[in-house]
Ligand binder design. Structure first.
Ligand code: GLA
Length: 722
């Protein structure tokens, strides 16, 4: 049992493999946080609570003078009652914003209750603690699901208005955790389009630090992930706490170090431009946060997230099964294609092992370029006079299934949809809307818009044999408002996200056999909530092998390799102009759900033979990508080296991929130190023709040799000797 309530000291113990999370019911009725860290027994933790009378301190009337809430760690901290730090919740009941939420009851259930309208982790044993604010007839249900075999807890809350009148919610975060007085650093994943999720580490100091998105989507600019680590924590050693919001919209993650040195980390839906009117009897669900603790560095934290998402989040029908090797025509043709050209590209790749052809943007409406057609989800019969029939037939004849691109949340002004329903685009009356890639965003808060999209997509998906959908979203949201919300306009951003989940829920349940690949100009919406619907997401529009090393390195902090869609594209690369070898492009693209993004008719016979061999190699290593343990052997942002290793769960084999971006003449040798092997077993290293024990290779290291030139890559295959 991962959840235990100890009556004698009123303490809840939530325990996973290497983790304990403990809080108790304080004599005042508040929930007091006691501990989050390495696994403990069920000892009483009262002695760890710091009590002091500080000058200038305030305290609740029903706590001792030496128990100011500015010192006590609270499970549900709020402003206005002697805690002067950021709180988890803020409300407004006819102008009153202050109240006490006290313990009312709790229950532990075998099954995890479903969250209304929001994707969450699957899972079992769940604790629900109910707090009540009698003065304003508000109740809060705090849910905790423990993943015993991992070191993870999922947490979320539901606010219930039990009164007669409406209450405004100004902030409803998903979690707040106080960590003991230590020197912490935060790690976040900021970035931009084409350079998503670049790991960034900084000291946590006094004051508030916020990592957030206001883009309407979880965004490339900041991922909804934050880790807190000790100053000396590295990949293998030290404390690492990871927090990842299962949410695709505006979010905020904050740290605050208060006067006593305790660091509070908290977050959820961004309360910037947010409020929610909770009518009598209504409830509001926050997104869930996945919280992971590792006493053994960032590597173990990442592997816990990877296991958590593969076992409990990503769609079960696809996650652990071999993914199709995709051939996508986007960088091969852009908008310039017809049936013949597409069939030539399919035939060109025939026999290589590619088993999914994906037709990208440009097949619908008057979509001959960026300026028109979005929203008109019917085939452009001028461009494709036989519809998809011949293309699908050609794909099937050449051993490929057929996939299709959609951008279901968008509309061009030059489209039939916009001409018929200009009011369906997000807008503010009297104000000319901002454009992004010459397009507007559809107002997904409106049921009729969602209905149109579900029906028009369904029509195409039912009429054709389609096994794969690339779900794109190519701009941020502006004019964040919908008229029907009237003076509750600040509900817009969250309602948009709920609308998106509604559409995704309906499409995925209507077409359960279709694998959805998420995309948002590449990786501008790479978050756990999208992974709930799509087992893989196009990691970045930047398909350059070198640029991808930093992007994939950062992404792997919490997202598994198999969630990253990674394609081999043409060289020189279209985004960077960089020339890299087919070997290097392949090696980096094999660290994910692999595929190709090029015109196969432009490949030489030699290159096609190469690709055929590469795909068969990928099939051999794919199980590692899908199920294995990832070890990051170095940091490509700090060194002229990228090295990742994937090890089978049973440690029977491993693949190590190393890239040396810049070749340096007369340089020092490159040595890497593999991890995760069975120290007592022997391994053959195929490429070196040697057999050596796990202990030796992990301690003495592996001397890497690279082909001559820049961006050179070497891949090693290790097989256990039976
Ligand atoms: C986005 C995607 C690309 C491609 C184009 C099509 O940029 O990330 O992969 O699908 O849209 O317009």
């Amino acid at each position: 049992m991962g959840i235990r309530f100890e009556q004698s000291n009123q303490t809840f113990y939530l325990s996973g493999k290497n983790m304990t999370y403990a809080f108790c019911i304080h004599k005042s009725g508040l929930l007091q946080q006691l501990y989050f860290g390495n696994r403990l027994g069920d000892d009483d933790l009262g002695h760890t609570v710091y009590k002091t009378i500080r000058g200038h301190a305030t305290n609740l009337p029903y706590t001792d003078r030496n128990e100011s809430l500015d010192e006590i760690s609270c499970e549900f901290p709020m402003f206005g009652r002697s805690d002067f730090r950021e709180g988890i919740f803020a409300f407004n009941a006819n102008g009153v914003r202050v109240g006490d939420f006290k313990y009312d009851s709790h229950s532990i259930t075998e099954d995890k209750p479903k969250a209304e309208g929001l994707p969450t982790l699957r899972g079992g044993e769940t604790l629900c603690v109910v707090l009540k604010n009698e003065l304003h007839s508000l109740a809060v249900k705090l849910y905790y699901t423990v993943y015993e075999e991992l070191s993870a807890v999922a947490r979320r809350m539901v606010v219930v208005n039990e009164g007669e009148g409406s209450v405004i919610i100004d902030r409803a975060y998903s979690f707040s955790v106080d960590l003991p007085r230590k020197d912490y650093q935060s790690i976040t994943l900021p970035g931009a389009h084409l350079r998503e999720r670049q790991m960034c580490r900084r000291d946590v100091t006094r004051g508030v630090f916020t990592a957030d998105s206001k883009y309407g989507v979880s965004s490339a600019q900041m991922n909804p992930f934050m880790a807190l680590v000790g100053k000396n924590t590295d990949e293998c050693y030290g404390d690492a706490y990871g927090f990842n919001l299962i949410y695709s919209g505006n979010f905020a993650l904050k740290t605050e170090m208060g006067q006593s040195g305790v660091v509070r980390v908290l977050g959820g839906i961004n309360d910037f431009d947010f409020e929610w009117c909770l009518g009598a009897g209504e409830s509001f669900s926050t997104p869930e946060v996945a919280m992971v603790y590792s006493p053994n560095g960032l590597g173990e934290m990442s592997r816990s997230f990877h296991d958590l998402y593969r076992d409990y989040l990503m769609p079960e029908a696809f996650t652990k099964k071999p993914r199709p090797v995709v051939l996508n025509n986007w960088e091969g043709t852009y908008f310039d294609f017809n049936e013949e050209k597409l069939c030539d590209i399919i035939r060109g790749a025939s026999g290589t092992g590619i088993d999914m052809f994906v037709l990208d943007d440009g097949w619908f409406g008057e979509r001959n370029g960026e300026t028109a057609g979005l929203g008109d989800w019917f085939i452009n019969m001028n461009k494709l006079p036989h519809g998809f029939d011949n293309i699908i037939k050609c794909a099937h004849e050449n051993g490929m299934k057929f996939g299709l691109w959609f951008e279901p949340e968008m509309v061009n002004a030059d489209s039939e949809l916009y001409r018929a329903h200009p009011e369906w685009a997000i807008h503010v009356k009297g104000l000319q809307g901002c454009e992004g890639r010459v397009q507007f965003v559809l107002d997904y808060t409106l049921p009729q818009v969602r209905e149109y999209i579900v029906e028009s997509m369904s029509k195409v998906l039912s009429a054709n044999e389609i096994d794969y959908v690339k779900w794109d979203m190519n701009r941020a949201i502006t004019e964040n408002y919908s008229e029907w919300l009237q003076d509750h306009g600040k509900e817009f951003n969250h309602r948009y996200v709920l609308g998106l989940y509604d559409v995704l829920d309906r499409i995925t349940s209507r077409f359960p056999h279709i694998l959805i690949e998420g995309c948002s100009s590449g990786g501008c919406r790479f978050d756990p909530a999208m992974l709930y619907y799509s087992p893989q997401i196009w990691t970045s529009d930047n398909s350059d092998a070198y640029a991808r090393t930093a992007i994939q390195h950062g992404t792997s902090l919490c997202y598994p390799l198999s969630s990253m869609s990674c394609h081999v594209s043409a060289s020189p690369n279209h985004q960077t102009g960089r020339i890299t070898s087919l070997e290097s492009r392949t090696a980096i693209a094999h660290l994910g759900a692999t595929g190709y993004e090029l015109d196969s008719t432009k490949l030489s016979a030699e290159e096609l033979a190469h690709i055929k061999k590469d795909i068969s190699d990928y099939r051999e290593m794919q199980e590692l990508v899908l199920l294995g343990d990832l070890y990051r052997l170095n940091d490509p942002l700090e060194e002229n080296l990228f090295a990742q290793m994937v090890v089978a769960k049973d440690k029977s084999r491993a693949v190590i991929t190393v890239m040396k971006p810049l070749h340096i003449g007369n340089t020092c040798p490159t040595v890497i130190y593999p991890c995760g092997l069975d120290e007592n077993a022997s391994y053959t290293i195929r490429e070196c023709g040697i057999t050596v024990s796990g202990r030796t290779i992990q301690n003495a290291g592996l001397l890497v040799s690279f082909p001559y030139g820049d961006f050179a890559t070497t891949v090693y295959h290790l097989d256990i000797v039976k």
